[in-house]
Design a protein around this ligand. Structure first.
Ligand SMILES: [Zn+2]
Ligand SMILES: [Zn+2]
Length: 370
């Protein structure tokens, strides 16, 4: 088969020392189960298909990871429905991956076999463009994204660049660690960009996987700050979780907050909350929009009401490795308690439907068995 021919071509004439670093022979030509997306579809049509595929083989500087769990992220809905289409089909989605290093590609030496690692949304960045050079690899012109440009974690095995994998703090189980890798890391980045400080008021619009982690980071880092949570009016589960995690006030998206917000983060997939957050914002405040795409447009803004007095809107795009390297140890120190709902790999379609309907309490995680 082609994969085996590629393997032979790559390893021909390679010194024994390097050959020893290659994955075990049984991975070559071995198969794995994966849920693949064949084309842009509606999530309601349950488009992911369970298939047997050849196990991937790690290239130079890459590691082969046996996937234990993979978190389910809102971005998968955008990929499936074509708002952020994968760059090729079929594609294995999923970018909140926790697993074990099972093999090393040539030259890979950061990890050893058996190490537990996490893989996040940033799959690769060039390291040479103006953005990468100033530490903004999240904006890299040619970056690749896990589960969009490279196969992700809705599978028994995946490969990753060793420089884009992270050790996971010991105190977390695989399941509890998965949501930290996107929901957590990007939430951390959004919180940093929001300008939140101790004593200030932070508004959170939407209370899903990311916000339920952000509130814990906020309460830890800014103990004298306040967190106001806005959800869809009928989202009792989300509101109960917000209350449990120490929200200072809970209301619906259209409500007027009891105090002006110094900063706000919008995690919702729709446009309306951006305008609502701006309406509730204090002078000089900032709204950070943490969504890769919006399913509905932001309604028309009134300059005087929504933007005057130096109010700002800023989007948060992707993550850098530094975000993950800073956040994961902090998550262990706090420690973040992620609320998770588990599904089997073959139940990915059902998990995605529930996520789209706003019915997941905390984060959905696929557990993947041999
Ligand atoms: Zn770059
Ligand atoms: Zn994500």
């Amino acid at each position: 088969m082609k994969q085996y021919r590629d393997y032979l071509a790559r390893t021909a004439g390679m010194p024994k020392k390097q050959l020893d670093l290659l994955p075990p022979k049984r991975n070559v030509g071995g198969t794995m189960k994966a849920m693949v997306l064949d084309k842009v579809s509606l999530v309601a049509e349950k488009p992911l298909r369970l298939v047997d595929l050849p196990q991937p083989v790690p290239g130079r500087g890459q590691i082969l990871v046996r996937v234990s769990v993979c978190g389910v992220c809102h971005t998968e809905l955008d990929e499936i429905e074509g708002r952020v289409p994968p760059s090729r089909f079929p594609m294995i989605l999923g970018h909140e991956i926790v697993g074990t290093v099972e093999g090393l590609g040539p030259g890979a030496r950061r990890f050893k076999k058996g190490d537990r690692v996490g893989i996040a949304w940033i799959n690769w960045a060039c390291g040479r463009c103006p953005f990468c050079l100033r530490g903004e690899e999240n904006l890299c012109d040619t970056a690749k994204w896990t589960g969009k440009d490279a196969d992700g974690g809705y599978a028994q095995y995946t490969v990753a660049w060793e420089d884009f994998a992270y050790p996971i703090p010991e105190r977390f189980t695989d399941v509890k660690a998965a949501p930290l890798l996107c929901a957590g890391v990007i939430g951390y980045r959004a919180l940093r960009l929001s300008g939140m400080e101790n004593g200030k008021v932070l508004g959170l619009y939407g209370f899903g996987a990311s916000a339920h982690i952000v509130i814990q980071v906020t309460k830890y880092k800014y103990p004298d700050g306040k967190v106001f949570v806005f959800t869809r009016p009928n989202q009792k589960e989300h509101q109960d979780l917000a209350r449990k995690l120490g929200a200072d006030w809970i209301g619906a998206t259209g409500d007027t907050s009891p105090e002006k917000l110094n900063c706000a983060i919008d995690f919702t997939p729709v446009g309306e909350p951006v305008r609502e957050a701006l309406r509730n914002l204090e002078k000089g405040g900032r709204v950070v929009v943490n969504a890769i795409r919006k399913a509905t447009p932001i309604p028309e803004l009134d300059y005087t009401e929504h933007l005057w007095y130096e109010k700002e809107v800023k989007s948060v795009a992707n993550v850098t490795r530094r975000d993950a390297q800073e956040f994961l140890p902090l998550a262990g120190e706090i420690p973040i308690v992620s609320e998770t709902q588990e599904f089997k790999l073959e139940e990915a379609n059902e998990a995605l439907i529930l996520l789209k309907e706003g019915k997941i309490r905390g984060a959905a995680v696929l557990t993947i068995t041999e």
